[in-house]
Design a protein around this ligand. Structure first.
Ligand SMILES: Cc1cc2nc3c(=O)[nH]c(=O)nc-3n(C[C@H](O)[C@H](O)[C@H](O)COP(=O)(O)OP(=O)(O)OC[C@H]3O[C@@H](n4cnc5c(N)ncnc54)[C@H](O)[C@@H]3O)c2cc1C
Length: 427
């Protein structure tokens, strides 16, 4: 079969790998001039490794991602350091990345709250019944079972940070998935995610996959007889097409989709993200902390402060210290319209809270990345809202971040859904 894949992110490339191995003729269309999509990175001339535009790591439980890497024969190039994630309490940072560390966290007191926190955590790790959990909002379920004190200290700040105005609407299956599919060891590819994406694209090309870079698909329509027409400069006919973009772009690209499927795509909610990457002359967190969870009510101008070079060494970046400051935001948030310098002015005063010695002259250079599609918002009974991979148009398939539910978005699940789509398309 002659197959088109729209998007050279992790999902599109994973699908291409399996479809090509099954003997099909594959063309990937990618609008950007780089592969890797949301997980792509960039590199300065003096860096050996690339830095992801949006902070990225893998979990040891990322079976699909690690399985693909094994299939490619590159498992010796994956590393799993154990960086520190910390949480604020009474002006001090406490390690907080395992049930044990959480139980030692003073913010939970020492009585019933801690027991409830432990029992709820254990239950969520053990149960697989996410279908029952999705009937409730995380806000109501957690208040009932973990108690309001624990919820407000531990979980509510996370929900507010990630989902802003929707935080009370997010279902409990999302929270379950976060606790279920995460580990304390965090992984990356030697050289960074972009190195992995570039090597993967190289392998695909060597297998005979054509990747057309800087080629934006404008529309996909039914052909006059069999097949689908893909318009990207010229119009070309394919037997099958897989789209891996956001639901919004899918709806624009495929106006022939029936009304209810189109409406389903447009009804899906998501948050955008604004992330600043800073190259600093000095280490910001001298304690070596990697990930700072920041409660919004403490007045920080961003949700997460991530010191990448407390995860992988600064020597990979010519001695530069790499820090991210990022937030999940609605698409009309002022940060989307602000210039890089305005954002720098807004963000850096807070850096003194991580290191009082910080001063503006530590900053070598900054980069700002913005996306309006960063985090799908799962509402109550969300499984009913997930568009099927097989669309109502014969031969047209759709596999995106918004369909990996009940799991939260991630490269692991992009690979999983890409490979699932490939297996459906091979039938
Ligand atoms: C802030 C942030 C932090 C994250 N952290 C992590 C993390 O720590 N770990 C992790 O595993 N994942 C993380 N993720 C999620 C991860 O990046 C995504 O789940 C994954 O990259 C999605 O892959 P995809 O192939 O489904 O989509 P995408 O990466 O979005 O790929 C879609 C591709 O389609 C292309 N495209 C769009 N329109 C067209 C068109 N008309 N024609 C041709 N091409 C087109 C795009 O350029 C893009 O390359 C994070 C995401 C964000 C935003």
């Amino acid at each position: 079969m002659k197959i088109a894949i729209i998007g050279a992110g992790f999902g599109g490339m994973a699908a291409a790998f399996d479809l090509r191995k099954a003997g099909h003729n594959i063309t990937i269309f990618e609008s950007a001039d780089y592969v890797g999509g949301l997980a792509s990175g960039f590199k300065e001339p003096n860096w050996d490794w690339s830095v992801e535009k949006f902070y990225h790591h893998w979990f040891q439980s990322d079976k699909s991602m690690l399985g693909l890497i094994r299939d490619l024969g590159w498992e010796d190039q994956v590393i799993f350091p154990r960086p520190y994630t910390v949480l604020l309490y009474n002006g001090k940072w406490y390690p907080f990345d395992s049930i044990l560390k959480a139980l030692l966290f003073p913010g939970l007191g020492f009585g019933l709250d801690k027991i409830r926190f432990g029992l709820v955590g254990l239950y969520l790790r053990l149960t697989n019944d996410w279908k029952s959990l999705e009937k409730y909002t995380a806000n109501e379920w957690m208040r009932k079972w973990a108690g309001s004190a624990v919820y407000e200290k531990m979980w509510e700040p996370l929900l507010i940070g990630k989902f802003g105005p929707y935080y009370k609407d997010v279902n409990m299956a999302w929270m379950w998935a976060r606790l279920k599919a995460r580990t304390t060891r965090l992984g990356t590819f030697e050289g960074g995610f972009q190195r992995f994406a570039d090597k993967f694209a190289e392998r695909l090309r060597a297998m005979g996959v054509e990747i057309r870079m800087e080629t934006r698909v404008k529309f996909i329509k039914r052909g006059p007889d069999k097949g689908l027409l893909v318009a990207a400069g010229q119009v070309e006919s394919f037997d099958k097409v897989l789209v891996t973009t956001s639901p919004n772009l899918m709806a624009k690209m495929c106006p022939d989709l029936p009304e209810d499927y189109l409406q389903g795509l447009l009804d899906l909610k998501s948050m955008g993200a604004v992330v600043m990457v800073l190259s600093l002359k000095r280490q910001l967190s001298e304690q070596g902390y990697y990930w700072f969870n920041l409660p919004k009510e403490e007045g920080y101008p961003f949700l997460a402060l991530v010191e990448h070079t407390n995860f992988v060494p600064a020597k990979n970046f010519g001695g530069d210290h790499i820090v991210y400051a990022g937030d999940y935001l609605e698409n009309d948030h002022e940060y989307f319209a602000m210039s890089d310098d305005e954002l720098l002015e807004r963000f850096t005063p807070a850096f003194k809270k991580f290191n009082p010695a910080f001063s503006q002259d530590w900053v070598n250079k900054i980069w700002v990345f913005k996306t309006n599609y960063a985090q799908p918002v799962p509402l109550v009974n969300h499984s009913r809202n997930i568009p099927s991979i097989e669309t109502p148009i014969d031969g047209l398939y759709f596999a995106s971040m918004s369909q990996v539910y009940p799991w939260d978005r991630g490269t692991n699940f992009a690979v999983e859904i890409g490979r699932r789509a490939a297996s459906l398309m091979s039938k």
